[in-house]
Design a binder for this molecule. Sequence first.
Ligand SMILES: [Zn+2]
Length: 471
Amino acid sequence: MFEALYKRLPICAQHLAVSAYGWHLQRLRYGGHFERRLVWWSKLQQLSREERDLLVTERLRNILGIAIQHTLYGRQLSERHALSPNDISHWTDVQKLPILEKDEVRANPDRFFNRALSPRQVFYDCTSGTTGSPLRIAVSVAGLRDCYAAMDVARGWAGIGRNARRATFSGKLTVPVEQSAPPFWRYNKPGRQMVFSVHHISPASVPYYCRRLNEHQPQDLDGFPSAIYSIARMSLAQSLPLPQPTVIRTWGEKLYDFQREIIERAFNAPVFDWYGVAENCCYAAQCQYGNYHVFEEFGIVEVLEGGKPVKVGEEGDIVATSLSNSAMSLIRYRVGDRAVLGPAECPCGNRSTILTDIIGRCDDMVILPNGCVVGNVLDLSIATFPQIAEAQVVQDRVDGIRVNVVPQGAFESHQQNALKAELRQRLGAAIEIELCVVKEISRTQAGKYKLVESSLSLEEHLAHRAGCVDN
Ligand SMILES: [Zn+2]
């Protein structure tokens, strides 16, 4: 209802509405004991591994106590496994508990909610969900502030403060999709943040985006990597000047290497990728050495394959245990993303768990007729084609894919054939590949751009596959 009302407002009133909402978010995220928590989170980063182990263990005991006392799931867990917080002598004892699948939470989220919190201490939300069915979540206000304090620490690693001038490309529908002329942005004054629409980016509109970015001169450019990449790629192709922010922070989607390279080249600024999930149960951010440091006092992250922890350099499922969000018990929750476990130490001195790569969600993958799954299909393929502004693989059947391509200028038939050959190399001969030149790639309702749009049940397929993965 609010969205329908917002859409009818004149643009100047929409700017005011965005600012009012920005003010509300500032109070929610940075109010209360935020500053004190920020000091606490900053100090953690200098602790030794042993000191952090003690702290994480203590926080795990605390959150398990809350779960057992105030949630149905926690109570059932304690009964089935004769679990008491005092049985936890080291945080790795969490491995004795069962893994929690997303479907179990989706089926009955109430079992996981802490009903002892007052309405002022918690808010409820729905995530868009990769399978299309929404997931209800509860986040405590204290847990949210902890997350924003952790983000402030990570901003420090990237060399920027919270009050820097910001330009954001997120999926928020601040500009109605029906609007066909600029401005494709709205201003959040309290946050000093220009919020750009990701739904209106095209070779024709990109000059407007670049001009506005140059006027705003953001020090901190952040948002979905696919959108920032599109701006970068189209501006390079059209030789449009771009501002040089101090830092670019990507989040919300998988950041591919080819995207990072083009973004850094176009803006002449370093990219720091952040990883978090709507369920607010884990958070990791890149340091200047490119490693993702897990904020494990916020949420423990395990990387598991076949239910067992992987070795350094190996890939597995991210399984998270939320330690800061007392509103929802997510203990050993499989979040649906995969990661590569990093070494124990990083030159930056931070002794947290390290991930060296966050692999795309399962929905970034194509299923082949022989049952194999191929990830990052477009990753390498389109990197070598400057004629392509955007591309997306659509898979509706197991023996064929359609590749939608938004060209940058002419996209001759020999170039199309070369792209097909490139894809053929990655996917093999058994799958049909159809190439379609389109005007735009539609975003999901949440504004996200999926490299692979598949209607096949990949989750079900992955559950049954026999270890045949090619990345
Ligand atoms: Zn580091």
